[in-house]
Design a protein around this ligand. Structure first.
Ligand code: E4P
Length: 214
């Protein structure tokens, strides 16, 4: 399973890269706003840190505007993946991007039929939001299972990118189901790394080592 970091914070992205955890990056308008940086500047900074797919989201809601924004974004660098909202106008644009060889990440997916139709339009990635489904008491991971089954039934190549992951459990479940990619915030990546027995074990080793000096 590939790991993307869901962040607009370049310090976090750099640190996660140093740990060898990052295959790519996802951003969204909320994360860009949180960074406090102009979108283009932020993208350039991320491109300089990560050599992998970097999702950059359009803000237009009509196909014409999505196509214009998406072509501009894709023209910045071959690693840019155009993130498109899962609305009818979005899928119209995705179909054309697919014909033009522009990679897309169809975002805000909350149902299996939406995922199937996005694949049919030619999406490179589909982003089902598991955490936001959990928020409304609808088990998000069930959606990943359903999409995996459907995509496998028809040998669909669209990659499942588990998004809105909020916990190590989301990560584990996504890996067990066979999600192609997961995107997670830096805090979740750090949670995945830590284990109290590792810390206790290391402290004991170092304390014992000190005793050899006496
Ligand atoms: C994915 O591409 C989104 O940027 C992100 O995962 C949304 O996560 P949230 O629901 O925690 O905001």
């Amino acid at each position: 399973m590939k790991i993307f970091i869901d962040s607009g914070n370049t310090d976090e992205i750099r640190e996660a890269c140093a740990l060898g955890l990052v295959d790519g990056v996802t951003t969204n308008p909320s994360l860009v706003a949180k960074s406090g940086k102009p979108f283009r500047q932020l993208l350039d900074e991320i491109l300089a840190i990560v050599d992998g797919p970097i999702s950059a989201e359009v803000i237009s809601t009509h196909a014409e505007g999505i196509l214009k924004e998406g072509r501009e974004l894709a023209g910045i660098h071959h690693n840019i993946v155009v993130k498109v909202p899962l609305i009818p106008e979005g899928l119209k644009a995705v179909r054309i991007f697919s014909q033009e060889g522009i990679k897309t990440n169809v975002t805000l997916c909350f149902s299996a039929p939406q995922a199937l139709l996005s694949a049919k339009a030619g999406a490179t990635y589909i982003s089902p939001f598991v955490g936001r489904l959990d928020d409304i008491s609808a088990p998000g991971m069930n959606l990943i299972e359903d999409i995996r089954t459907i995509y496998d039934n028809y040998a669909i190549e669209t990659q499942i990118l588990t998004a809105s992951a909020r916990s190590p459990m989301h990560f584990m479940e996504a890996a067990k189901i066979g999600s192609d990619v997961i995107t997670a915030p830096f805090s979740v990546l750090m949670q995945l790394l830590s284990h109290p027995l590792t810390d206790i074990g290391l402290k004991k080793f170092l304390d014992d080592w000190e005793k050899t000096k006496k």
